[in-house]
Design a protein around this ligand. Structure first.
Ligand SMILES: *Cc1c(COP(=O)(O)O)cnc(C)c1O
Length: 362
């Protein structure tokens, strides 16, 4: 067996110990005589798995008791609609910070449901940084403010939590959740598609303050109603059972490493290795402004589209896969989520040096 270093933005690498544990339990989970994939979600053995997954996530993220944890489906993109349907119902207004494609999609979806407004945007600079905001950036009667915390495509991250005063802050954390500690109490709602940093595709985690649920507009589809989902312990219908089980194993893996402080230290070590190299040379250009750099997604270009193409191809042949940048940005993107080992980034930097030496620019 040969495993590559997979720099995909998502679905992405899962920790090797998690895959090994899942493999060892594949045919017979804990003496049940069946795979987790095969069991009824109503069985006591599965009930213990979903409860344990929630308990572990609560421990890991230090989630306050007045927040619900929901295990849902439909990806982060479904939350673009679920959020306004559930929350945009007091004054029918919501403010969006545009820092990339996903926040723009979220904003466009919200426009269908009410008065969504752009509070700040870095679009004119091709989203190479995250916009600064102050309390004055937001309408005082907005029902919530939406932010995409880590911008997967551009490789930016908010270095600050927007100060929205009493207005609930809603954050898309798909590509940075459980990469470092975050103060959940500063947010009204956090959502994340699992396929970047938590589990296989198919699971979406929503962490929502209790007072924000129970106000969904009457036309809200049952599957998008947070209250209904919370009342049913995320089992109004069949949940993504196997994904939740893998998420539980991922939470256990991080806890065994020492929790989110330890995870952050590892992630910073990886990101610093790559950024320090990028800052030390002038063959590759890192387009993101330094203060907005993401620890999870690192973008860079050679400045020559042909060389970029050659880079991605030769890197893949060397076992460093999926380094091609998003089609809207070009160049390269190295997604170095929790599961990417430090050695993977070391190999990448070594490859970058070799490629630069072998392919001089005019
Ligand atoms: C990947 C991603 C999405 C889209 O997620 P889906 O689960 O595919 O809907 C949304 N927001 C961010 C920040 C992402 O990284």
């Amino acid at each position: 067996m040969k495993r590559v270093y997979n720099f995909s933005a998502g679905p992405s690498m899962l920790p090797l110990p998690v895959l090994e544990k899942a493999a060892s339990e594949m045919l017979d989970y804990n003496g049940s005589g069946m795979s987790v994939m095969e069991m009824s979600h109503r069985s006591p053995v599965y009930d213990a798995i979903i409860k344990d997954a929630e308990a572990k996530l609560r421990t890991l993220m230090n989630i306050p008791d007045n927040y619900k944890v929901l295990f849902l489906q439909g990806g982060a993109s479904t939350q673009f609609a679920a959020v306004p349907l559930n929350l945009m119902n007091k004054n029918g207004k919501a403010d969006y910070i545009l820092s990339g494609q996903f926040s723009t999609k979220a904003y466009k979806e919200a426009l269908k449901y009410g008065d969504a407004a752009v509070a700040a945007s870095s679009k004119d600079d091709n989203f190479a940084f995250v916009p600064a905001t102050t309390r004055e950036s937001f309408r005082p009667d907005a029902d919530y403010v939406h932010v995409c915390f880590n911008n997967t495509i551009y490789g930016t991250k908010f270095p600050y939590i927007p100060d929205t005063g009493d207005i609930p802050l809603v954050a898309d954390m798909s590509s940075c959740i459980i990469s470092e500690p975050v103060d959940v109490s500063k947010f009204g709602l956090i959502y994340a598609g699992a396929q970047k940093n938590m589990a296989p595709a198919g699971l979406t985690v929503v962490i929502v303050r209790e007072d924000l649920i129970g106000h969904a507009r009457p036309t809200t589809p049952a599957m998008l109603d947070y209250q209904l989902m919370a009342d049913n312990g995320s089992m109004y219908n069949t949940p993504p059972c196997y994904c939740i089980y893998i998420a539980k194993l991922v939470y256990e893996w991080i806890l065994s490493l020492g929790g989110l402080e330890a995870m952050k230290a590892l992630n910073m070590k990886k990101a610093s290795l790559l950024y320090d190299y990028l800052d030390s040379q002038d063959y590759y250009i890192a387009p993101v402004k330094k203060e907005s750099r993401s620890m999870m997604n690192v973008t860079f270009v050679t400045g020559d589209a042909e060389l970029d193409k050659k880079f991605a191809k030769e890197a893949a042949e060397a076992g460093l896969q999926n380094l091609k940048g998003h089609r809207s940005v070009g160049g390269m993107r190295a997604s170095i989520y929790n599961a990417m080992p430090y050695e993977g980034v070391e190999c990448l930097v070594a490859f970058m040096k070799k490629f630069a030496a072998e392919n001089p620019k005019e």
